[in-house]
Ligand binder design. Sequence first.
Ligand SMILES: [Zn+2]
Length: 194
Amino acid sequence: MVSRLYCKTCHYPYSTCVCDAVIPLYSPVPIAIIQHPHEARHAKNTCRLLQLGLYNIQVNRAASTFDDKLTELCTIGRPALFFPTAQSVDFDANHQRFMKNRPSHLLFIDATWRKAKKLWHSNPVLHTIPQWHLSPAYSSRYHIRKSSFSSSLSTLEAVSHVLKKGYSVDTSPLLNLFSVMQQRTQRYATNDVQ
Ligand SMILES: [Zn+2]
């Protein structure tokens, strides 16, 4: 097997390094990603791009301290969770109400749909905080791999959408970074086959 060399900054292989496309944005609200451990290992995961393209974000992976961290994230301040549940409120139809609640930080679950549901069921502390979902009307730009934040959005797109609609952040540098990653990964994959 040929080993690939990875960029030490963006952690993508040098062939698909995205460092030149990174223009970090500042999120006006702290963002916490709850990431399933399997997702962290997935090469096409969008959290890495979020960490490159956004300040004020933390990614929490399941580890020995995960439960404590999750409890802290759910019990301190006024968190808002973005995850479609039976009780979740449509963010797009109610984003003014969302902003009136002035959430102290936003939580997103990063996992495949099946694993996200498992994470939801096995962590009742998540059920105690307000839940929001995005309108399913958005089609994903994510051609490589369907993430399962909702039916088609990747975590990056979901975060970007909430920052833009709720907080009027111009997220185009983040979405551009996402496009660049996809173009380079696809180009690399094509060259690999030839
Ligand atoms: Zn790089």
